[in-house]
Design a protein around this ligand. Structure first.
Ligand code: COA
Length: 165
């Protein structure tokens, strides 16, 4: 095995991390633009794992977000997000290792369940990791209207999220 799994560090942003995420969707960020996002995510407690090859290039990634509920007496659940393996590295067990490492992290964090959303094509992959289909996913697209910025630009610090109801 010529790869290993560890936590994402800032230096990885120039080492194939964005290219790896592109196997999931269009990312449209330079490494420089990704730095403040990396810092905000880390400060808000998102765990982002990467798979790195022997040249320290990023070839896979997956993230875990822990949510504490009121229900289940304050029980925690883990959300797995943004699972991507570089096209040239797929089929080597990297996706499975990323998911199993996140499941272990969720277990350590005392989560009572782990959930994720995926398309039909990837259901067999997640079933092999122990997941089963449960209920349905729903989605509402919200066009962002940000002053002085284009669609999708984030001017709001996560920590300063303030909503007027
Ligand atoms: C889906 C993805 C993460 C899988 O990662 P991977 O490293 O290629 O998968 P692995 O090599 O770890 O596969 C683990 C097992 O799942 C199987 N598997 C992987 N993808 C599969 C698929 N789409 N359908 C059926 N089985 C699949 C493998 O054959 C392997 O089976 P085995 O344990 O019997 O040998 C990867 O293909 C990917 O990044 N795809 C593009 C982005 C994407 O769709 N991400 C998921 C978003 S929800």
């Amino acid at each position: 095995m010529d790869w290993k799994i560890r936590e994402l560090i800032e230096a990885d942003l120039t080492k194939g991390f964005i290219e790896t995420l592109e196997s999931l969707t269009d990312v449209g960020l330079t490494p420089q633009e990704a730095i403040p996002i990396f810092r905000q995510r880390k400060a808000s407690g998102v765990l982002t794992l990467v798979a790195v090859n022997s040249q320290d290039q990023i070839i896979g990634t997956a993230s875990l977000i822990i949510e504490q509920k009121f229900i289940h007496r304050g029980g925690r659940i883990g959300h797995i997000e943004d699972v991507a393996v570089h096209p040239q590295a797929q089929g080597k067990g990297i996706g499975a290792a990323l998911i199993q490492t996140l499941i272990n992290a969720a277990r350590t964090m005392k989560c009572y369940k782990v959930i994720l959303g995926c398309n039909d094509k990837n259901i067999p992959f997640y079933e092999k990791q122990g997941f089963h289909k449960h209920e349905n996913g729903m989605r509402l697209d919200l066009p962002l209207l940000v002053e002085g910025g284009g669609e999708g630009e984030s001017s709001q610090e996560m920590g300063a999220l303030a909503v007027t109801i």
